[in-house]
Design a protein around this ligand. Structure first.
Ligand code: PMP
Length: 472
């Protein structure tokens, strides 16, 4: 039986299917987290397109969840992965060092100019965040500060699906069913950094005037300071932040100076700064603040294999080196050679092909075209983003910024219209207005996207949005 996500009346059980039944159907029961009716069945994916078993190809404007940074089906990456598999498919990190992990580690250290000195290779973003939480605590035990066991994160954030990473997340809807299991003691949430919905002088964009920006930054600094005071500064191990908030706030970038201000507060109180760059990192957005620990995934290996990593900065790696400390942590598949080979091949391709330059150029174009095409739509509250990471937030009323009722499923309607009628895949979500309210879509194409395809994405997405609101 296929089990859907819980509905209001509890979990829905759908009838058992035969292989013959698993084809595209017109039913609307689909939920992105499960295999259900209504989702197309995939035959292949190549470049910027998905090819379902039935119907025309679908333009990929989101790479799944910002994963496919190189597009689909690249032979060079497949070759690198299979070459590694032909040498050896698995080796336990407890028994062997492996060349792919060593090379990846060297590449990461070099490409960060030595800022990141150690890497733990894993398979999912949640694992990387779990490792960041645990390493923060263990680091302070090594330092003789075992009372540092608390974390500060933000509301309207998402850091993962496992219990530790969900505890640090401020995502209302994803936490809600598991509330009793999420530690309230060690995870403290401060308000999100959401210039669109906070009381600043901002209008429909995240740009602020210099005066209002400095006032805003002082206000955000005071909120973080208050959390340190509340918990006792000497009990805080780390502050965990997404530099550009993904699934919870639809590509919300922090205003200039925000991350540096948060880092300064951490430094003042001796706590670590953990940046969750699982969705926005590995070249998709880019900013200038170096954290103590950095979690990456998605674009790390571009979806060719399940891959993530925890990168460790000089402060923590230095102490480990000096004192010969070993992190008490290890998944069976940690430092998997095939994962490392895939990530290395993807990162070398990004570098070799100068794709970060393309991210900048096409990202600016994407943002400009989205704003031109949708900025005046009565139900588009905000268009925001950075690099190739753009979100569109829908509102009932642009003046009051009132969100739609969650039950209307506006974001899901847009996603479905986009894929079914306009043949473009976007990522959708709810909760960007806080407390489970608010609808958005996210547009996050591969770094290899062309200007022509950027324009086509915007036209198709705008068509879907206009169509959905015409019907509503
Ligand atoms: N952090 C962020 C910012 C994410 O966006 C996600 C996944 N969307 C995660 C952590 C968890 O990653 P995963 O789903 O690979 O466990």
């Amino acid at each position: 039986q296929f089990l859907s996500s819980p509905s209001k009346s509890g979990s829905r059980i759908l009838p058992r299917k035969t292989e013959h039944d698993i084809t595209e159907s017109s039913s609307d029961l689909g939920h992105p987290q499960t295999v259900l009716d209504g989702l197309p069945v995939l035959k292949k994916a190549k470049g910027h397109y998905w090819y379902p078993t039935k119907g025309p190809k679908i333009l990929d404007a989101c790479g799944g969840a910002a994963v496919a940074c190189l597009g689909h089906g690249r032979r060079d990456i497949v070759k690198a992965v299979t070459a590694q598999m032909e040498s050896y498919t698995y080796a336990s990190y407890a028994h062997f060092q492996t060349t792919p992990v060593q090379e990846l580690s060297d590449w990461l250290t070099k490409s960060t100019g030595g800022q990141m000195q150690k890497v733990y290779v894993m398979c999912s973003g949640s694992e990387a965040i779990e490792a960041a939480l645990k390493l923060s605590v263990e680091y302070f035990r090594w330092k003789g500060e075992p009372e540092r066991v608390n974390f500060i994160a933000r509301l309207d954030s998402y850091h993962g699906t496992t219990l530790g990473s969900l505890s640090v997340s401020g995502h209302h809807t994803r936490r809600e069913p598991f509330h009793p299991l999420l530690s309230p003691t060690h995870f403290h949430h401060i308000p999100a950094c959401n210039p669109y919905r906070e009381d600043t002088t901002t209008t429909t964009t995240t740009t602020t005037s210099p005066t209002s920006l400095s006032t805003y930054l002082s206000h955000k600094t005071a909120q973080l300071e208050a959390a340190f005071t509340h918990l006792g500064p000497h009990t805080v191990a780390a502050v965990v932040l997404e530099p550009v908030v993904g699934a919870a706030l639809a590509c919300m970038p922090a205003p200039a100076g925000y991350l540096a201000a948060m880092k300064a507060v951490c430094a003042r109180h001796g706590a670590l700064l953990v940046l969750d760059e699982v969705m926005c990192g590995m070249g998709r957005t880019g900013w200038g603040v170096v954290p103590d620990l950095q979690a990456v995934a998605k674009g790390f290996a571009g979806g060719y294999v399940p891959a993530s990593a925890l990168l460790v900065g000089g402060k923590v790696a230095g102490l480990m080196e000096r004192e010969g400390r070993v992190f008490t942590h290890g998944h069976t598949y940690q430092n998997h050679p095939v994962v490392a080979a895939a990530a290395l091949a993807v990162q070398r391709a990004v570098e070799r092909e100068g794709l970060l330059g393309n991210v900048r150029v096409q990202g600016e174009l994407l943002g400009r075209l989205l704003r031109e095409r949708l900025g005046a739509h009565p139900n588009v509250g905000d268009v925001r983003g950075r690099g190739l990471f753009w979100g569109v937030e829908f509102v009932k009323d642009r003046g009051t910024k009132e969100p739609f009722e969650p039950g209307l499923g506006v974001a899901e309607r847009v996603q479905k219209a986009a894929v079914r009628e306009f043949k473009v895949l976007v990522y959708h979500g709810q909760g960007c207005a806080g407390g489970g309210r608010g609808d958005h879509i996210m547009i996050m194409p591969a770094y290899t996207i062309s200007a022509k395809l950027v324009a086509e994405i915007v036209e198709r997405v705008a068509g879907a949005i206009e169509e959905v609101f015409r019907r509503l």
